[in-house]
Design a protein around this ligand. Structure first.
Ligand code: URA
Length: 306
């Protein structure tokens, strides 16, 4: 017998999904019910659907975190009949094969963002990201500084000059790569972005990465690495290897006609601002970049004789 959702419940689920969509989150995945949940679900249709709602309910007084939202599945038990996945909107850029257009759609979706406190802490503008929308290589930093906030482009200050030199040393131009940050608004006084700010902003970055479909993402510094990899470890532990990376929320089996993309490699290196403070680590950063170049089949430019 086909199962249908209680209309009340359907409304609650639709409202919850809309909430996530407004946070820039459009992907949910199906999690099998636990034994206990399945036992309850076996009793009535309404009960099983209630599990789907209540499992994602924040504790009383707890803020609902979008990071959690991307990581927490919708435990849907309804098979065969009405499917709550039918309620889920497609990402607005879904099915748009031109990455320039798709990025523009994501930028429009971001709007004049007020999703976290950074919007009222002195930001001049949102710094979305810049570069080749079909880049094979993408760099992700922490957040805009004063220069980036003024110019609306990531990595244009002193750290940006060093990043440009690092890119040049790899034998390519800045225009060939894509550059973005974990948070798109300048944290006041260049403080480190808070976890909730990273969590609120990063779904948009994840969508940018999913559109660009790079072969390698380089996380610049600990904030970028920890946010992208959703793990807490020291730079020492994080560097020196590749991670298989799929942006949170990106499904492998997309229902759209877009070319399949199963994710990419992610490498971690020092943030250029850190290298400006401790230039002795530049050799280590160069080792990281050489690992990336090797993965991408790139050769460093020939040294010109003086
Ligand atoms: N530092 C960052 O992390 N990002 C920028 O865009 C500039 C400096």
């Amino acid at each position: 017998m086909p199962r249908t959702l209680d209309p009340e419940l359907r409304r609650a689920l639709a409202a919850r999904i809309r909430y996530y969509n407004e946070m820039g989150i459009y992907d949910f995945y199906r999690r099998p019910l636990s034994d206990r949940a399945a036992e309850i679900a076996a009793t009535t249709v309404v009960d099983e659907a209630e599990i789907a709602v209540s499992t994602n309910q924040p504790e009383s007084g707890e803020e609902m975190s979008p990071r959690k939202a991307t990581a927490v599945a919708m435990p849907v038990a309804i098979q065969g009949g009405e499917n709550i996945f039918d309620l889920i909107a497609l990402k607005p850029e879904q099915g748009v094969s031109d990455p320039v257009k798709a990025l523009k759609i994501i930028r429009e979706d971001l709007g004049d963002c007020t999703r976290c406190v950074l919007h009222k802490q002195g930001r001049k503008q949102i710094v979305f990201g810049v570069g080749n929308p079909k880049a094979e290589l993408m760099f992700v930093g922490e957040g805009p500084g004063a220069d980036e906030d003024a110019q609306g482009e990531p990595f244009v200050g002193r750290a940006g000059q060093l990043l440009n030199n690092m890119i040049k040393a790899m034998g390519i131009e800045r225009e060939q790569v894509y550059i973005a940050n974990i948070v798109k608004c300048r944290p006041p006084g260049n403080r480190t972005p808070e976890r909730d700010e990273c969590a609120t902003c990063s779904p948009f970055l994840m969508r940018q990465i999913a559109v660009i479909k790079p072969k390698v993402v380089v996380a610049l510094g600990a904030v970028a690495a920890k946010t992208l990899l959703a793990m807490n470890a020291s730079m020492m532990q994080l560097r020196g290897r590749f991670y298989d990376f799929r942006p949170a929320g990106v499904r492998v089996n997309d229902r759209s006609n877009e070319p399949r993309w199963d994710g990419c490699k992610l490498a971690v290196t020092y943030h250029p601002a850190f290298l400006l403070r401790d230039p002795r680590q530049k050799g280590e950063a160069w080792k990281d970049l050489q690992m990336v170049m090797n993965e991408l089949g790139m050769k460093p430019p020939e040294k010109k004789d003086a």
